[in-house]
Design a protein around this ligand. Structure first.
Ligand code: THU
Length: 134
């Protein structure tokens, strides 16, 4: 099942791809393209904070740079590394705006804490009246 697969990939990406020397708060994301490709990523924290980037935007920018610009769903998870996840990480405001620019307004955003344990939002619910082309 696609949702379960995306959840598992986001959970795996958090453990394998998050680089969080500042906060220790690892976030994983898995972005499904309409062509079936899945782009996974973790958040990357940089000294001086400002250059840090969220997992969702790493996944989105990977996809765009690989020629995928039509998207179907996103799964995200986040929490302090080394601890079990306790709660459903939702995208930050910056990610919500960037996702609104590139993804369908009704795109499911699956916020997971374990395989099969998630809250599902549509992008337009996360950023009502978001600034977008239409
Ligand atoms: N962070 C994400 O990667 N995604 C979110 O949706 C929430 C916040 C991370 C956590 C921390 O690394 C911070 O963003 C750095 O920008």
């Amino acid at each position: 099942e696609t949702i379960l697969q995306l959840e598992q990939l986001a959970l795996q990406a958090r453990l394998q791809k998050a680089r969080v020397p500042i906060s220790g708060y690892g976030v994983g994301a898995a972005l499904l393209g309409q062509d079936g490709r899945i782009f996974t990523a973790g958040n990357i924290e940089c000294y001086g904070q400002t250059p840090s980037i969220c997992a969702e935007r790493v996944a989105l920018f990977k996809a765009l740079s690989e020629g995928c610009d039509q998207f179907t769903a996103l799964a995200v998870c986040g929490g302090p590394l080394g601890e079990p996840l306790r709660g459903y990480c939702t995208p930050c405001g910056t990610c919500r705006q960037v996702l609104t620019q590139f993804c369908p307004s009704d795109m499911p955003v699956i916020c997971t804490q374990a395989p099969g344990d998630h809250k599902l939002y549509h992008l337009c619910e996360l950023l009502p009246f978001g600034w977008s082309r239409d």
